[in-house]
Design a protein around this ligand. Structure first.
Ligand code: Y12
Ligand code: CO
Length: 175
């Protein structure tokens, strides 16, 4: 399955993703193709809506202590729900759907998440640090929310101006 990353300002990214009810071959093929796409793009997190599929499915691949990513560090979450959240933290976030932009975003420091794996088994994870931030970022995608939606009015205006300028430059360099 060939997937393309949907980029802001595509309206698709505003869609709310649907609960996954079937845990079969179709879901597995989507997850495998998402993994390849995330790997190719140097990402550490990817939600299905970012490749045009409005399903509550996401991937996380946070580098280990040696800064290495592999299939062993991959987490697949289907139908995730945050059940507990504590503390506050700020991190400079980036997103494959908003290329070249990084912004400081406030998140909960620690979270507990219930989710299902690719076979529908129920799991719970207590997350902190980068994993906690990445899960919150990806769950926002399932609700049609981008990290730039969390910026103040003035920062958002600055972002929009800069983003348009970079998009224009990219278009010109391709022509
Ligand atoms: C902390 C904050 C945000 C997340 C969500 C997952 N975000 C990503 O995986 C972002 C990846 C990314 C990759 C880029 O491409 C390269 O580095 C080659 C990138 O740069 C460009 O688009 C030019 C920007 C973002 C998890 C944890
Ligand atoms: Co993102």
């Amino acid at each position: 399955m060939k997937l393309t990353i949907v980029e802001y300002p595509d309206k698709k990214l505003k869609e709310k993703s649907k609960v996954v009810e079937k845990f079969g071959k179709e879901l597995h093929e989507l997850l495998d193709a998402m993994y390849e796409t995330m790997l190719k793009s140097n990402g550490i997190g990817l939600a299905a809506i970012q490749v045009g599929h409005a399903k509550q499915a996401l991937l996380l691949n946070i580098p280990d202590e040696e800064d290495k990513q592999s299939i062993d560090t991959l987490i697949e979450m289907i139908n995730p729900i945050i059940t507990q959240k504590n503390g506050e933290t700020v991190y400079q976030e980036g997103c494959l759907s908003v290329p070249s932009f990084y912004e400081d975003i406030n998140r909960h420091e620690n979270i507990t998440v219930n989710y299902q794996d690719r076979d529908g088994n129920t799991k719970t994870v207590e997350a902190e640090g980068l994993l906690s931030i990445a899960i919150q970022h990806e769950i926002d995608h399932l609700n049609g929310i981008l990290f730039i939606d969390k910026l103040s009015y003035s920062r958002r205006k600055k972002f929009e101006k800069e983003y348009k300028r970079v998009q224009k430059e990219k278009k010109l360099s391709k022509s």
